[in-house]
Design a protein around this ligand. Sequence first.
Ligand code: FAD
Length: 398
Amino acid sequence: MPEKVVVVGAGPVGALAALYAAVRGHDVDIYELRPDIRDPATAPLNWNKSINLALSERGINALQNTGLPDLADAVLGETFPMHGRMIHLEKKGEYVRIPQLYDPRGKSLLALDRAELNKALLDHLESMPNVKFFFNHKLLSVDFRKQLAWFDKHNKSEAPEERGTEIEIKFDFMIGADGAHSAVRYHLMKFVPMSYQQEYIDKLWCQFHIPSTPAGDFRLPPNYLHIWPHDDSMFIALPNLDKTFTATLFHTRSGFEALDASRKVADYFTTHYPSVVPDLITAADLQKQYTENAHLPLISIKCTPYHYTSTGVILGDAAHAMVPFYGQGMNAGLEDVFALFTLLDAHPSDRATALAQYSATRTPDAHTINDLALGNYREMATDVKSRVYLLRKWTEEK
Ligand code: FAD
């Protein structure tokens, strides 16, 4: 029987969950706090910037199991393979680049524009008659027993008397995919004894855009995830289809404060990240982007269980936000969707059992990926440049 499935959050995980539910014939309503990212008139500015991610086996598998092969092909067609990482180092005063393959059989990570993935999923959802969108709707509260939820409707294009009004909706099943600061999780906690743990690590991140060359080519070998390791800080760059790179500086809070105070960002880069300035980005552009782009914190969240009886579940960052050093946050969230619907399909008339199994099996997996992500900072920022490590990788690849 089709049921009313309410998905909160239209990010990559919420959009994929909505698709899995819609393909199974349910009436799917998607509530999203922000405006539609596909509408250039209303999309928040920072959504138009390329935020590229590494898509890996977990995410690819979840996309390929939607039952919509054309959609998966279209999404995967807009990715760029990264066969390995390339470490940029200065050794005895000489700049060296050391490639390290990810997989001896040639498997690659895929660089993907998060906004493009999101848009492709939303476009497909829009074409389905059993899906409705409610953008500019902020979840305020949920009663998982009565299966009621309340949203603040704040669409600026509505008539003034319609703006900022609260609406009440009824649902059979709510999927919370509303990110690290999840309102669904907050309300779920009132219905289940949920263990919850969060940690802000001592790293901030700031994103940079590396343009293509004047001839329109990549400034670095494109099929790699580039890393400039420097222990407390690290600079990385992932390729985009338009032959630019999106790069990220990770540094301690005090490291960012020191750069803020000195304004000598280019000097820091010249000292620690060989060849970045001016080969990839000019000193002036680097300083401008450093000043204009946000310096954002990184949170790691573990909780369990993820569900309440048969009426609600949280997925993606809402359930297990993780630091980005293992490149698995979104991938694990997409895999949540596949894992959840595999269990729902196995228990077609007993969602409570499916959800209980989901929490039981997904918790150890999610907690492990979370720990691996925390541990992988050291691998990326320090271990990759040790002699022993380089020798081991070199021997593995032979
Ligand atoms: P989100 O993308 O946060 O989406 C949640 C949605 O819910 C948003 O649209 C939000 O507006 C909406 N929402 C929030 N509150 C409400 C509310 N009250 N009511 C209604 N809607 C609401 N992951 C990878 O797999 N690979 C990578 O290489 C990678 N690199 C990363 C690099 C960085 C620097 C960072 C910070 C993260 C990276 N990640 C990566 C992690 C990835 O970005 C996240 O795991 C992923 O975006 C989570 O998707 P989500 O749909 O669960 O949540």
